[in-house]
Design a protein around this ligand. Structure first.
Ligand code: DGT
Length: 217
């Protein structure tokens, strides 16, 4: 991976809300081997003056389509972002937007069929492009209960409505997506599973060891 012209190895760190993705990313940011691309949460809490994340949680039936359209667009921009280091590490991807959140909102009857189909077409168009391909997914796998405790502890104002039921359904979507590779039509990258119920230090050490092994191969 020493050549500057070589395609970057792109990793996406995935996992339920509150599974510890940001903490892992902030540790990996200390390595000169990794360029970190954090989630575009500011463009969700302040999109030209609109807090789309708060609007979504306040009235999901009204705002889910708007939120997901914006999520796909803002995450695609991150897929397009160049990295200088040999490894580009993203927090989430358009793949988790599609296979976890959009799927979950459709199965919960929040997104209407026509909205789901349009978002699906949009996703298919975006993923036809090499730019959105991932080389590896790191799945921080934590129980919904652990995630809820962490969400309560960090206390983001937009997330006060998040309950165990929502986290449990999102957990299922992550499992369906990342464990058996349920969506066989798109070739999935390898998935590395990290036990994210451990304390933050152990989660980071496990993840870091995997990334170092991979880079040195
Ligand atoms: P972490 O570090 O594992 O605790 O990760 P978080 O919770 O900081 O980041 P994430 O991506 O799990 O969630 C940030 C917020 O954005 C959270 O309220 C869930 C929401 N969110 C993220 N991606 C999507 C999406 O594609 N659709 C919807 N509806 N919400 C999303």
């Amino acid at each position: 991976m020493s050549s500057a012209n070589k395609k970057k190895f792109t990793i996406s760190v995935e996992g339920n809300i509150g599974s510890g993705k940001s903490t892992v990313l902030s540790h990996l940011a200390k390595s000169s081997l990794c360029d970190i691309i954090p989630e575009p949460i500011e463009s969700w809490t302040n999109h030209k003056g609109h807090n789309v994340l708060a609007m979504f949680y306040d009235d999901p039936h009204r705002w889910a389509f708007v939120f997901e359209t914006n999520a796909l667009m803002s995450l695609t921009k991150l897929h397009m972002q160049d990295a200088k280091a040999p490894v580009k590490v993203m927090e989430r991807s358009i793949h988790s937007a599609r296979y976890c959140f959009i799927e979950n909102l459709y199965q919960s009857n929040v997104l209407k069929d026509v909205e789901y189909q349009i978002l699906g077409d949009y996703f298919d168009m975006l993923t036809a492009n090499e730019t959105c391909k991932l080389d590896l997914i790191i799945y921080l796998r934590a129980t919904p209960k652990t995630c809820l405790e962490r969400i309560r502890a960090r206390n983001r104002p937009e997330e006060t409505n998040i309950d165990l039921n929502y986290l449990t359904t999102l957990h299922r979507r992550h499992e369906e997506w990342l464990i058996p590779h349920a969506y066989g039509d798109t070739p999935s990258p390898p998935v590395l599973i990290v036990d994210a119920n451990q304390n933050k230090e152990s989660v980071y050490t496990d993840t870091n060891n995997h990334v170092i092994n991979l880079i040195s191969c």
